[in-house]
Design a binder for this molecule. Structure first.
Ligand code: PCA
Length: 158
């Protein structure tokens, strides 16, 4: 099992959450909520209003998200779905745990204490357009937020 930190459309209540819950794609189990130790610019960019965590540590805000324990099949699915390594790159990131429910079974590992630091993979990008650094930075993505930048589903794009 691998820990993946999701901060965008894969979170609960967000447009691509169902893809992680689809057992046909593999297994993903919610482990807890967390935020990045480092600050990162989280922007909503492009004509489809896609959230991107720009790989520029130290700029922006600490980003909130959810940690999932995923199996090899789900990790492969997510890499393909996220256009990794072209659109996003999956890199390790340090997280402050906010709430931890853990997984089940020994493979899920020991339970970290609240506010402890863990490492997980995140889909971040270095292959962004430079002007994206001038977009507003968010700390907690919501596709339905006040920003009005409604996410365009993969299936609805032209
Ligand atoms: N999906 C991934 C990266 C951005 C996105 O929308 C995530 O939720 O973490």
């Amino acid at each position: 099992m691998t820990h993946v930190f999701v901060y965008g459309t894969l979170k609960r209540g967000q447009p691509n959450y169902f893809r992680m819950m689809d057992r046909g794609n593999g297994k993903a189990q919610f482990c807890g909520s967390a935020r990045t130790v480092d600050r990162f610019p989280l922007v909503i960019a492009g004509r489809y209003n896609i959230p991107f965590l720009l790989n520029v540590p130290g700029k922006g805000q600490q980003v909130k998200g959810e940690v999932y324990c995923v199996d090899a099949q789900m990790l492969k699915f997510l890499d393909e779905f996220e256009g990794c390594p072209h659109m996003y790159q999956r890199i390790p990131v340090k997280l402050e745990v906010e709430e931890w429910v853990g997984g089940d079974g020994p493979a899920s590992g020991p339970k970290p204490a609240a506010k402890s630091i863990i490492e997980a993979f995140v889909y971040s990008t270095t292959t962004y357009q430079p002007e994206w650094l001038n977009l507003p930075y968010f700390d907690n993505y919501d596709a339905h937020g006040d920003h009005g930048l409604v996410y365009v589903d993969r299936e609805s794009r032209d």
